[in-house]
Design a protein around this ligand. Sequence first.
Ligand code: SF4
Length: 107
Amino acid sequence: MGQDDEARAAALKRVRKFVASYTTRGPYTLYPEPEVVENVVQGLADNLVEHGKMYCPCAPVEESKAKAHHMVCPCTPHREDIERQGYCDCALFASHAFVEAERLRRK
Ligand code: SF4
């Protein structure tokens, strides 16, 4: 593996670890579509490698950089977004109630 590959692999590992611990310890769970979740995880890893922090992959990074920690995952607005729509704007984290409602809807 080249240095870039190693950095990408390390970033991905860090993001996966963060997501696992956040959903284990925090009040939220994962958005109920694994491929959507995986895209966000990959985007977070890209930003970690390219910009040094887990900037939100669904927001413009240059704007996020100007806002200090506001848009570093878990971003400041995610609680309000989950409260309002059931999931964060990237569709990485979701409330348990949203996931349960989706499960019933898809039955
Ligand atoms: S919208 Fe979701 S994935 Fe994006 S930074 Fe906020 S909590 Fe993380």
